[in-house]
Write a protein that binds this ligand. Sequence first.
Ligand SMILES: *Cc1c(COP(=O)(O)O)cnc(C)c1O
Length: 428
Amino acid sequence: MTAATDFRADAEWARAQDRADPLRGFRDEFLIPPHGDVGQVYLCGNSLGLQPRGVRQALLDELDDWARLAVEGHLHARHPWLPYHREVRDGLTAVVGAEPSEVVAMNSLTVNLHLLLVSFYRPTRERHAILIERGAFPSDRDLAASQIRFHGYDPREALIELDADEPGGTISMTAIERALAEHGGRVALVLWPGVQYLTGQAFDIAAITKLAHARGCVAGFDLAHAAGNIDLALHDSGCDFAAWCSYKYLNSGPGAVAGAFVHARHARETLPRFEGWWGRNEATRFEMRPEFDAAPGADAWQLSNPPILALAPLRVSLELFTRAGMRALRAKSLRLSGYLEWLIRTHLGDVLEILTPEEPERRGAQLSVRVRAGREAGRSLFEYLTAHGVLGDWREPDVMRISPAPLYNRFEDCFALAEAVRAWRAQT
Ligand SMILES: *Cc1c(COP(=O)(O)O)cnc(C)c1O
């Protein structure tokens, strides 16, 4: 548990925490959207992270290099385009806890999961089910169901959706273990979130992988809400594959280039794969040979030459993560979200119910809350907050997600949210 004892519901105390925060300088690296003459209290980094200041210049540089160098930019741009994806590799490696050959930046999240399922969902008559959580993000359900149908099976039978078994709609390890004990023999793939988008529950990737592997299932993870949020150790977890988007905690802009992870132990296998020339070995790619000579590791899953204008923001953003370090960010995040939780529990418990688990290791930055008075009151609070420049987000049917992001949010922001909820309570 976070040491809640020193928390205080007072603006001066919150500001003192911010002054003492070793990561406080990073806030200035971001553009905070305005609300009147001040900045918004932006607690929506789980949905779209803020723009790093350096992104604009990075994009202008690429446009200049294109204008100045045209085709020669592939080799001579400030950040040469041919090997551009390597410039983000180290940053990604650090963020997700992988070896360099295990990660690649490409495409978007749903596309990457489809490409990875081509390789890792190999259904047979006896074993063709996919296990996901009930209430999964629609895209994840869509991709799993359509892959099942693509292979000639019926999602009504082969898509197993595990029900929540805990009060806030969260899922215990025991429930996952039980589901695998019951269905494991027919499950080809466990496709699980690192952090569940609606409840904010963080899962133990290594433990789920172990359970899945013990039943002969492949273990893959959607890290949309985990990448840049919790301290990941994908390589050590032993999971088979993972993918994530880069516009949430990774702050790389709307529709940013996503990421993929393939565990090193698969590097030498000849997995079935959809292939394209960018997945070829860089040394021989331009020899234009007829046969596919695979690049080592995750790079082999690349199909096309990447969109440089879309990779530039990811490069800029990952530099900030590298400077701050995931461990320090997670340490601040635990305390920041711990403060928000404490404010809600001790001062707003009559208004808000927290759905996210209270154990720090079972959550990331996000707290999902429900307004006790019901959906209408929830909408009213959400609209009141938005009108007052306090940005969370709303997910149907009745959940508000609030996520202090440790790169740019402050203790003062958490306090401001609590004050705004208090003001709304006073006027209803
Ligand atoms: C944000 C999110 C997505 C979005 O998918 P895109 O392919 O980036 O549009 C998918 N799945 C989950 C779990 C998400 O949180």
